[in-house]
Write a protein that binds this ligand. Sequence first.
Ligand code: CAA
Length: 261
Amino acid sequence: TKQYNNILTSKPETGVGLITLNRPKALNALSSPLMLELNEALAEFDADDSVGAIVLTGSERAFAAGADIKEMKDKEFSDVYKNRFLENWTAMTKIRKPVIAAVSGYALGGGCELALMCDIILASPTAVFGQPEINLGVIPGGGGTQRLALAIGKSRTMELVLTGRNFTAQEAEKWGVVSKVVGEGEGQVVKEAVEMGKLIASKGQIAVQAGKEAVNAAYELTLAEGLRFERRLFHGLFATKDQKEGMAAFAEKRKANFTHS
Ligand code: CAA
């Protein structure tokens, strides 16, 4: 894999691509160069047949403390409008393979929004989430108002966005923002995310990607359209070798050997 300046990439386990945000001095503030590299690394893993799931993490102290405030502070409307500031942040949502966020420490502003763009979030007990943009005289710009509202409802989202207060890993779990708060210990959240990625990567990748597409459709389509979309994807999977293999293996009482075809 390529060398980057603001992130690290590796393949710690069979089928898993790991991206580690790596601007420790700025608590992984999401500068434009970092986001370009992140998008490039995501695209690289998405195109790599040996990768079935991607894990995105930061450091123990910070997943990411938000967009880079020092980079933003002197910008004018004409700069941010003409240069489509933050528009390329949505590249993450076009990735076909599942992305698991492993969050320790601060996930604030754009950091919280980046985690919300991932498909599954695992959190350390130390994780701190929040949308503090109101304290900077702005509002979330990376999808926070929309994705939080979909995840936790209007009243809680309003409270968080309008007061800027942080919320804990435990609150995030209770509200369903994260799927699990892992046990204590340095590196534990990455370890569990990589294990989960390995498990997902062992399934048929076409079915995994179809499952991701179908769940995401629930956030964009009406129920009737979503059910139809799901059923058509389900029908389509009968054209794959993995469906033949998966169902034959069940009938023969053996483990399926998926070939992702
Ligand atoms: N942008 C740029 N630099 C940042 C940063 C950010 N978002 N967050 C932290 N840093 C830098 C600090 O400026 C500091 O740099 P120096 O050592 O050069 O001074 C370094 O990281 C360490 O930070 P602190 O000294 O502040 O560490 P702390 O432990 O005292 O506080 C913190 C940690 C509470 C996370 C605090 O850094 C903080 O409040 N950060 C900003 C959080 C924030 O407002 N995020 C939202 C950004 S706006 C946004 O994201 C818009 C959007 O929707 C896309």
